[in-house]
Design a binder for this molecule. Structure first.
Ligand code: FVT
Length: 332
């Protein structure tokens, strides 16, 4: 860290470099471009399931055709990656979660549809059992306990199906122990050695995921909570250990999630490991900002301000539901 020398006033006047927009731009310490954004989208398999998500105003669930159009839009806007979240049929959710590794599930169909439409766009996935699990958990549940090792075996099958469908980046969001090593080993063995893993390494047990659960139809399904596998919001040291562990097991990139309440973790991760570091500006963060903007309580400027905070905290990029809106604004 540099030690700034500030000439005493009046020789030192820090306002000199804030006087015009050109001067401010010249000394801007971080920037935000479309290349820093990953756009999360919701793709539904339910006939008529597409359309607005009330707790995420401005975000729609998409059909496969809608996902193709989103991919084209991402390419036009210079957004390098889309992340797919499935909105699966609630009548087909069960305890076996077998649909999670079905090559024909909606997530895998969306991967193929996007790769056909926009081969150069990076497609990221989500690896966790919750979209297909009757009880809303990321892992198998037996007698109220979330099974770790059995879940990891299922996640490996899920990952291989996604890699087979053409995913560029796998996003294990389940927080089971040992999953990164298991996924990396299985990918190598199956010949998918170039598929990247962006590990949800520091994922906190957060109330900010609420609107996401509405979006994927999981609200009200979750039995209990996710505190036995996601990190206690009080724990910074544990988050750092999780990141260290996932990098050591073969993660190519790591994520901190949620974003704005955890900027201290982003900075610590970047400083300590120097690895490609991402934050997820989650659904609750989106809902707070977009809701306040739509009510006239905040100006839309807060969106870019919020994304700059991640860049300042050392993040290389941000998963944000604001991605297309921001990329459009940046394109002028
Ligand atoms: N595994 C993905 C999420 O949990 C997303 C959370 C959110 O946007 O709230």
């Amino acid at each position: 860290m540099a030690s700034p020398i500030i000439a005493p006033f009046p020789a030192g006047r820090l306002r000199r470099l804030r006087r015009t927009s050109a001067l401010r731009d010249m000394v801007s310490e971080v920037n935000l471009t479309a290349a820093n954004l990953i756009w999360p989208i919701f793709v539904t398999e339910i006939a008529g399931g597409e359309g607005p998500i009330p707790s995420m105003p401005g975000v729609d669930r998409l059909t496969l055709d809608g996902a193709r159009r989103a991919a084209e839009r991402a390419m036009e806007l210079g957004i390098p990656a889309i992340c797919i979240f499935p909105h699966s049929d609630p009548d087909l959710k069960d305890e076996s979660c077998e649909r999670a590794w079905d090559p024909e599930n909606i997530g895998n169909r969306a991967i193929r549809a996007i790769k056909e439409t926009a081969p150069d766009l990076a497609v990221m996935t989500d690896i966790a059992l919750d979209p297909y699990n009757i009880n809303g958990h990321d892992g198998f549940v037996v007698d109220g306990k979330i099974l770790n090792d059995e879940t990891v075996e299922a996640l490996v099958k899920m990952a291989l199906a996604q890699a087979e469908a053409g995913a560029d980046i796998l996003g294990p969001s389940d927080m089971m122990d040992g999953r990164i090593g298991a996924l990396r080993g299985a990918l190598e063995q199956a010949g998918h050695k170039d598929v990247a893993i962006l590990s949800y390494a520091a994922k906190f047990a957060s109330g900010f995921y609420g609107p996401f659960r509405d979006a994927v139809g999981a609200s009200g399904r979750l039995v209990g909570d996710k505190k036995t596998y996601q990190i206690n919001p009080a724990n910074r040291g544990e988050a750092i250990r999780c990141v260290a562990r996932d990098l050591a097991e073969g993660a190519d990139m790591v994520m901190v999630k949620p974003g704005m309440p955890y900027l201290d973790i982003c900075r610590a991760v970047k400083d300590q490991f120097g690895a490609p570091t991402f934050a997820y500006q989650v659904s609750g963060e989106y809902a707070m900002l977009e809701g306040a903007i739509r009510n006239g309580w905040l100006s839309r400027d807060v969106v870019i301000e919020s994304l700059l905070s991640f860049r300042r905290a050392g993040c290389d990029g941000v998963l944000s539901y604001f991605a297309p809106q921001v990329a459009e604004a940046l394109a002028g």
